[in-house]
Design a protein around this ligand. Structure first.
Ligand SMILES: C[S@@+](CC[C@H](N)C(=O)[O-])C[C@H]1O[C@@H](n2cnc3c(N)ncnc32)[C@H](O)[C@@H]1O
Length: 257
């Protein structure tokens, strides 16, 4: 495709991901995809691995997995791809244009997380990406059971978290638009995410973001805020202003069987 033609077609679409399509053309995505790829610690070498990207949207991570040597990549999505869906968030046009421009062989499957199975996808996958999806699920434990059923070895999960400084497994429930918009249902805390993953059969779980140093700093800031709060404003039951309950979490979870 000529550069001018590619630029014209890119310009006609809205983009979630910033994808380098070559010829100096980068899609104007809302998300800083390369930065997030570093944060989720996408393996640098995926040679010979099969990769499933659930909630792929424009497909940045699918194309990146292919570029890093994956032998088979399947991208799955629902709301962002189906214009007939009353809950549609967009269309698949960005993914299709990027695939064409990159000459990619990434396969696409229109499916809900709840419907995933080895039968639907033609097998299970060495590496499964579930990035920015967990909190959109109405039934997260059921959804993760479906995800586990198609994961052969490693799940890379990135999610919103809430109730960050509760150590017990817990989740905030957003029955309406309590967290940003109506597509968000649950904000699990760190222990809650780890508990969910254990419950669906992952036996080794590594938190890769925030890194432990940043986590300790966050906890220190929270405790310091509480000290200031209790010394100077004993009459208030509310949490101190320094309390920021939401954040993001990345875990790598492994199945041994
Ligand atoms: C916040 S976006 C994240 C996109 C991409 N994974 C990333 O991290 O940049 C969430 C994506 O998950 C998809 N999604 C949400 N719920 C889903 C479900 N139940 N089944 C399939 N896809 C879903 C949405 O359509 C959307 O493309």
């Amino acid at each position: 495709m000529e550069t001018a033609e590619l630029e014209r077609r890119v310009g006609e679409l809205g983009w979630f991901h910033s994808i380098d399509l070559g010829q100096g053309v980068v899609t104007p995505g809302l998300s800083d995809s390369a930065k997030l790829a570093r944060r989720v610690a996408l393996p640098a070498d995926l040679s010979g691995q099969s990769v499933l990207d659930i909630g792929a949207w424009d497909g940045y991570y699918s194309f990146e997995a292919e570029r890093r040597g994956a032998s088979r990549v399947v991208a799955v999505d629902k709301h962002s791809w189906s214009t007939e869906d009353p809950e549609s968030w967009g269309s698949q046009d960005g993914f299709l244009l990027a695939r064409e421009a990159l000459g990619s062989k990434v396969e696409d499957v229109h499916a809900d997380v709840m419907d995933l199975s080895p039968e639907l996808l033609g097998g299970s996958f060495d590496v499964v990406l579930l990035l920015g999806v967990l909190y959109h699920l109405r039934h997260p434990l059921l959804g993760l059971e479906r995800v586990a059923s198609v994961t052969r070895r490693q799940l890379i999960l990135e999610t919103l978290i809430d109730l960050r400084y509760l150590r017990r497994p817990a989740a905030a429930f957003y029955p309406g638009a309590e967290h940003l918009n109506v597509t968000n249902w649950w904000g699990f805390n760190r222990a809650g995410v780890i508990g969910l993953l254990r419950a669906v059969g992952f036996d080794e779980i590594r938190v890769v973001w925030p890194a432990s140093g940043a986590r300790r700093l966050g906890e220190w800031a929270y405790n310091a805020g509480n000290v200031v709060h209790s010394r100077f404003d004993r009459s208030r039951n509310s949490l101190p202003l320094s309390y920021i309950p939401t954040g993001r979490l990345v875990v790598h979870a492994f199945r041994s069987s």
